[in-house]
Write a protein that binds this ligand. Structure first.
Ligand code: ADP
Length: 727
């Protein structure tokens, strides 16, 4: 019973009661027994939806009650806002809760008074690099989804960041939450933590494989579930679930597949709707159309009208929220999703179908099977506590051999062990520079000692290999003038400090510097330059793109900075992909319609936002590098950055910077003769209203925003997640 939990504040007891939580789930009780409310380190490896968040809450509330500060680290921005909303409920009890994700160049001083802070691991890493003093005073750090230390791209950042936080404060309580993994004991060993390793779930989960006329479950039983003529397997399962008044979550391997699957399944859900549901869904569809005027928005609205939806990272945040809410309210009966939805967003469903168990993987080549851990996380979303007697999670087999294979591979299999990916060179390049620059190590030996505190060291006996990579990286950083040696000592140069604070991959910095030294940049040249760096996700080349962009490269050769690889070189394709990405940014900064851009490049509106955010950050970094090196290109870079930030041509930059204006309204105002902020300040309301063709309230707000700078916004960090991409 919750009244027996030691060391938690009374407000939390009240809160749990108000939330209908009367007793702890068994793994939560184990965590309390292990001392999580009394400052003990803990690794909790438990299934999806088994109440990990409450374990974190118990630890953080107890830490705050002792006068401390807690940090909650999430792997994805989308999860940061979800968790922030959850913890912000504690503000009614007097706690101060903050969230920070974007802007990697500040020390986040405004966070210093907070009790609980939610941040992505990249953001925390950047705060350490910017010497955020308040981090020394942290008393509790929680990392969500810690099994992602296994992720080649982002895992090392989490690993190194945890090691740094722990070395800043040896008394720091570390709570690491993980999906069920094969080697939770190793993680606990690394973090000197108590271990809760449990398979318990609040609701029974039956895993199985559908094949032919039946659903084969892991307990050996079968349920008849025939596929009707011309029906797809997934549709048959969705229909069967609907007959039982249940909803289905379908996991697929790409955004395009998610959209196509939702479109097809909408014909199945459409038959099952009541008139009342149809009316409510029509309203939600209108809200979806109101978010943005794009094909994606229209496709989503059309599916939702019929009770189906898709969900992927290309959707805007508003679209995602509308879909998640409608699914939880049981209006939307089926959601086809990419795995982002399995990672932490709380959307349980009666049945889960893992339709695609292979995914395209460019590095490994071709279609590769998903890991057991990923598939189990998706499956774990099945079953709504309090609503369903149990959940069912289903893979699909098209033949008898596949039926056997899927049982072996996923249903009966244990999740893989988690392995550190820190020894990969790109990861070490970034983290070694940062570790030296922020004073965690001052020599080669010191560096190796620091690395001893990582999971990598805990998992490898082969110190020689680590030393070899470390030496290679030090040599690279020295050649590029980011580090210098002084006898046995190692120190960052001024340039190295700047690069580390800017949160750039040193290789990106080297590329940008090389390009800027070419001189005389245009926006396209600058966009191409930053798109070439390893910090930007480039667009893929589709068939026909190679010719198109090779032509473009010839036409605009004089604008492109740095050395171009020869057309026969392997790097050429990458260089062209960067050009394609750069032209997207140029289109955006030339006021091309969002819907035209999504069509031209075959992407979603959320992708434009993603590229724009990254470009904005990299161009900001280029500005700092130009000034650090005295190149005098600040003006050109700034203009290119502001144009891409607001999605406007140069003449609108000033106007579009007014809060609430945005690219479309800026153009309308400009065409009506209001050409800049100063003119807007003087303009009368009727002119503005006529120009905007909008509501009176909008015009008033805009005028007010143009009139005086709101001093309360000073020092407030802009969150790029809530930028004004499209108004
Ligand atoms: P996880 O993070 O492990 O995937 P969550 O923390 O989101 O799971 O918990 C899933 C659901 O279970 C939430 O809706 C939460 O409110 C509920 N829950 C957690 N602990 C308890 C409990 N002890 N009693 C009842 N409900 C609980």
């Amino acid at each position: 019973d919750t009244s027996e939990i030691p060391s938690i504040p009374s407000w939390l007891r009240d809160h749990l009661e108000a939330d209908g939580i009367e007793s702890l789930y068994p793994p939560q009780a184990e965590a309390v027994d292990a001392g999580v409310t009394e400052g003990e380190n803990l690794v909790a490896s438990i299934p999806t939806a088994s109440g990990k968040t409450l374990i974190a809450t118990l630890a953080m509330a107890a830490a705050v009650d002792r006068g401390g500060t807690a940090l909650y680290i999430v792997p994805l921005r989308a999860l940061a806002s979800e968790k922030h909303e959850e913890f912000a409920e504690f503000e009614q009890y007097g706690l101060d809760v903050g969230v920070t994700t974007g802007n990697y160049e500040s020390d986040g001083g405004w966070l210093s008074g907070k009790d609980i802070i939610v941040a992505t691991s990249e953001k925390v890493d950047s705060l350490v690099r910017n010497d955020a003093k308040w981090l020394d005073d942290l008393s509790c750090v929680v990392t969500d989804e810690v099994h992602l230390v296994d992720d080649g791209e982002r895992g090392p950042t989490l690993e190194v960041t945890l090691a740094k936080l722990r070395s800043l404060n040896p008394d720091l309580q570390t709570v690491a939450l993980s999906a069920t993994i094969g080697n939770a004991d190793e993680l606990a060993g690394w973090l000197d933590a108590e271990l809760v390793d449990s398979e318990w779930r609040p609701i029974e989960l039956k895993k199985g494989v559908h094949y032919g006329e039946a659903l084969h479950l892991e307990d050996g039983s079968q349920q008849r579930l025939p596929v009707r003529n011309s029906e797809e397997q997934t549709a048959a399962i969705v229909r069967d679930t609907l007959e039982d008044d249940g909803s289905t979550l379908v996991f697929v391997n790409s955004r395009r597949n998610a959209e196509a699957s939702a479109r097809r399944l909408a014909t199945t859900t459409d038959d099952a709707l009541t008139d009342e549901e149809r009316a409510e869904l029509a309203e939600i569809a209108e809200e979806i159309r109101g978010v943005s005027d794009t094909d994606t928005s229209e496709d989503l609205a059309e599916a939702v009208e019929k009770g189906a939806a898709f969900h992927h990272a290309g959707l805007s945040r508003d679209h995602r929220t509308l879909v998640e809410d409608a699914f939880r309210d049981r209006l939307v009966k089926v959601v086809s999703a990419t795995p982002t939805l399995a990672a932490g967003v709380n959307t349980p469903s009666r049945r889960v179908v893992v339709r695609d168990w292979r995914r395209y993987d460019g590095t490994a080549g071709g279609m590769q099977p998903l890991s057991v851990l990923e598939v189990h996380q998706m499956m774990g979303r099945a079953g709504r506590p309090g609503r369903d007697p149990y959940g069912e999670a289903v893979l699909l087999a098209s033949g008898h051999d596949e039926l056997d294979e899927l049982f072996e591979r996923y249903v009966w299999a244990d999740p893989e062990p988690v392995r550190s990916k820190l020894a990969a060179e790109p990861a070490l390049r970034t983290h070694i520079l940062a570790t030296v620059a922020s004073g965690f190590a001052r020599s080669r030996e010191g560096l190796l000692d620091f690395l001893d505190g990582t999971l990598y060291a805990a998992q490898t006996a082969d110190r020689a290999r680590l030393e070899q990579v470390v030496d290679d990286v030090i040599a690279y950083l020295e050649v590029n003038d980011f580090l210098e040696r002084d006898g046995d000592g190692l120190a960052a140069t001024n340039l190295g400090h700047t690069v580390s604070r800017l949160y750039l991959d040193p290789m990106s910095a080297a590329e940008i510097i090389d390009g800027l030294e070419d001189g005389d940049p245009t926006p396209l040249g600058l966009y191409h330059l930053v798109c070439r760096t390893p910090d930007m996700y480039e667009l893929y080349l589709r068939s026909g793109d190679e010719e198109e962009y090779t032509m473009l490269a010839h036409e605009r050769e004089s604008e492109l900075l740095g050395r171009a690889p020869s057309e026969f070189n392997d790097e050429f394709e990458d260089w062209l992909s960067a050009l394609k990405t750069a032209r997207l940014l140029e289109d955006w900064a030339s006021e091309l319609d969002e819907s035209e851009i999504t069509e031209r490049y075959g992407i979603g509106p959320g992708d434009i936002r993603g590229k724009v955010d990254t470009a904005q950050w990299l161009l900001g970094a280029a500005e700092s590098l130009s000034s650090e090196l005295g190149l005098g290109l600040g003006g050109e870079i700034r203009e290119a950055r502001l144009r891409v930030e607001h999605g406007v041509r140069a003449e609108l930059v000033d106007l579009a910077g007014v809060r609430g204006v945005g690219r479309k309204r800026a153009r309308r105002l400009y065409d009506a003769g209001i050409e800049d902020r100063a003119a807007l300040r003087e303009a009368d309301k009727s002119t503005v209203l006529a120009a905007l063709r909008g509501r009176e309230k909008t015009a008033e707000n805009i005028l007010e925003n143009a009139g005086h700078r709101d001093p309360s916004m000073d020092g407030v960090e802009p969150d790029p997640d809530v930028g004004s991409a499209e108004v």
